[in-house]
Design a protein around this ligand. Sequence first.
Ligand SMILES: Cc1ncc(COP(=O)(O)O)c(C=O)c1O
Length: 352
Amino acid sequence: MSSDPTRAHSVIDLRSDTVTRPTPAMREAMRVADVGDDVFGDDPTVNGLQDALAQQLGFEAALFMPSGTQSNLCALMSHCQRGDEYIVGQMAHTYRWEGGGAAVLGSIQPQPLNHAADGSLPLADIEANIKPDDAHFARTRLLTLENTIGGKVLPMDYLAEATALAQRRGLARHLDGARLFNAAVAIDAGDPYAAARRICSHFDSVSVCFSKGLGAPVGSVLCGSRAFIAQAHRWRKMVGGGMRQAGVLAAAAHHALTHHVRRLADDHALARRLAEGLSGLPGLTVEAPQTNIVFVDATPAVATGLLDHLKQHGVLATGLYRLRFVTHLDVDAAGVDRAIAVIREHCLRTGA
Ligand SMILES: Cc1ncc(COP(=O)(O)O)c(C=O)c1O
């Protein structure tokens, strides 16, 4: 945690990387942001962010969105028409965690597939679920992947193969890259921007969140071709995402893009520290983290009362038998060590 007294906070909040609060430097960037009316396309800070990210990730254009959910929704609705279908993972945010928006608002049918252990969607399953051109079936139009997915980094070879398959079969390819830069840092901490660009080179569109590990309070950016972004812009307006002096928010995202990408490696190191500290404790099975998310399976004896015990001692997490701990900008090594100590005390008492 920061030593800034305005951020002093005794709770170790490991529920999500969305809980971060803007740093003093980020708040300053927001304060001085030059703004205009973004619905007129006049906000220089929004335009600057969009141009910078599009260029960095190798796309023609980009569009600032209030949330990752809206960014994914506008992407799906731009790729697919009413009666079309997208192939997606059972645990993917765009299928499971977005209120069924693509189906409700876009009349787009999801075709969910089970994930392999590494988070990928098996190529044979993708192939087998692309429907023939027949009036009985929805038209399969899109493959949607997520990276990272449950904290796991999809292998670059897999991305190449899955997206080549999609392209061969005439499907567009969208990436929910809410945590694109976590994947990029895990692949190449020395040049995460280049790694992010390599990941994106396999997709027609990518949605990137700034309000997760990158630490901005709000905001996602959807990237794609100029024509695709023009379409998404119509949908964004329709679903109420046109914002006015949005440069105040875009300034936070731009600050994050410049200053908070490389430091994601610190979050990954803290996740490993947490996993190492918990492994071997009675009643826990710890999955080695690849990025900033640690999953821990707890026996019923240990799981019972664990979250309450943590909360009483100032540590927040989610899950029950499968617990989730997420490291981020507002957690430091001392906080992680405190979390380990509190969990250890509970496991030694209940799990022996
Ligand atoms: C993988 C993924 N995609 C998309 C989203 C949606 O982002 P938002 O909460 O900004 O709508 C989230 C949010 O947690 C996410 O984890």
